[in-house]
Design a binder for this molecule. Structure first.
Ligand code: 3PG
Length: 306
C-alpha cells in the first residue's frame, strides 16, 4: 500500500520523520511530494496512491479521477474546504481531518498579530495594551478555546458567539456567551474569526458588521479569506480610519488594501497559523495514524463525508 504525503507547503522535517516512522511500522510505503508547483505533479503522484495526506492542497474531482486506487484522504488540519467532499463520496473515498491538532499554533498567532496591530506594527509610535480589553470570538471551537485560554491569561474579557456551542460550555470556561454576531462585533475591541468557509459563511463579514466595532477595533482573521466580503472590508476601513484588519489568510485584494491602508492592515505572505514544528508533528502524525487505522482496521472516527 502506498501513502502519499502531498504538501505544497511542507511539514517540518521532524514531522515528516514521525510520519515516515508510523507508515514504515505499518509495512506501508511512503511517497513524498513537497513544494510541488503544478497540478500535473499531483495528478501523477496520486495515480497509484492508496492514501493521501494533505494540508491546504486541493483535492478536486480531477485529482480523484486520476487516483484510481485511492481509499482515503486525510487533511492534516482542521478545515477541509479544499477537498471536494461530494466528488470524494462519489468515488468511494473517505475524507478525514485531524481536529484540534494544530489549534494552539493558530491561537498563538492570533496573539502575535493582535499585539502587532495594537503596537502599530512596531513602527515606534505609542500603542495600547491587551490587558483589560474585550475579545470576541466568532466561533468557540478548538482554536477559539485556545485563544480564550491565552486571552484570560493576558487579562482580557472574553466573549464568544457560536450558535453550535451551548452557553453552559462557554460559561464553564469563564467565557460570556453572546447571541448574535452583531452583538459580538459591537461589544468587543478585538474580534477573532474562527468560522469555516462554507456556502453560508462565505462573504458573511462585510461593511455592516465590521463598522459595528467600537473605536480602535481590531479584526483578526486566521480562518479563511473567503468569509470576508472584501469590498465591504475596503469600505469599512475607508469609512473608519480607527479600524485595523490583520489576517493570516491573505485577501485577493491584499495589494490594494495595503496600498490604501498601509499599517492598518497586515497579511502573512503564506498561511502561517499551523506552521510550527509542534503543530506539524501533532497533525502530521495524527494523519498518518488515521490512515493506518483506516487501511488496516477500517476505523473512520474522523470521517467528514459520512
Ligand atoms: C487548518 O485548517 O488546519 C489550518 O488552516 C491550517 O492549514 P495549513 O495546514 O494549510 O497550514
Amino acid at each position: 500500500m502506498k501513502v502519499l504525503v502531498a504538501t505544497e507547503k511542507p511539514f517540518a522535517a521532524v514531522a515528516v520523520d514521525g510520519i515516515r516512522k508510523v507508515i514504515a511500522e505499518s509495512g506501508y510505503e511512503l511517497q513524498l511530494l513537497e513544494k510541488y508547483s503544478s497540478k500535473a505533479d499531483l495528478l501523477g503522484a496520486v495515480a497509484d496512491a492508496d492514501a493521501v495526506i494533505i494540508r491546504s492542497d486541493v483535492i478536486d474531482a480531477e485529482v480523484l479521477d486520476a487516483a484510481k486506487r485511492l481509499r482515503i484522504v486525510v487533511r492534516a488540519g482542521a478545515g477541509y474546504d479544499n477537498v471536494d467532499l461530494a466528488a470524494a463520496t462519489a468515488h468511494g473515498v473517505v475524507v478525514e481531518n485531524t481536529p484540534g491538532q494544530n489549534s494552539n499554533a493558530v491561537a498563538e498567532l492570533v496573539f502575535g498579530m493582535a499585539v502587532m496591530a495594537v503596537r502599530n506594527m512596531y513602527n515606534g509610535t505609542s500603542g495600547t495594551e491587551m490587558k483589560g480589553k474585550r475579545l470576541g470570538l466568532q466561533a468557540y471551537g478548538q482554536v477559539g478555546r485556545n485563544v480564550a485560554r491565552i486571552a484570560k491569561g493576558v487579562g482580557m474579557e472574553v466573549s464568544a458567539y457560536d450558535p453550535y456551542c451551548p452557553d453552559d460550555v462557554m460559561v464553564a470556561d469563564g467565557i460570556k456567551p453572546v447571541h448574535s454576531v452583531e452583538e459580538l462585533y459591537a461589544g468587543n475591541d478585538f474580534v477573532s474569526i474562527h468560522i469555516p468557509a462554507t456556502p453560508e459563511t462565505k462573504k458573511s463579514i462585510g461593511f455592516d458588521l465590521i463598522t459595528k466595532m467600537p473605536k480602535g477595533g481590531v479584526l483578526i482573521n486566521t480562518a479563511r479569506k473567503e468569509v470576508i466580503d472584501e469590498e465591504g472590508l475596503d469600505k469599512a476601513l475607508e469609512a473608519r480610519a480607527d479600524l485595523k484588519y490583520v489576517a493570516d489568510v491573505k485577501p485577493d485584494s491584499a495589494e490594494e488594501l495595503k496600498a490604501r491602508f498601509g499599517d492598518r492592515v497586515f497579511f502573512t505572505p503564506k498561511k502561517m497559523g499551523a506552521q510550527t514544528a509542534e503543530a506539524n508533528i501533532n497533525a502530521g502524525i495524527a494523519a498518518a495514524r488515521q490512515v493506518v487505522d483506516y487501511l488496516r482496521d477500517g476505523i473512520n472516527k474522523y470521517q467528514v463525508n459520512k
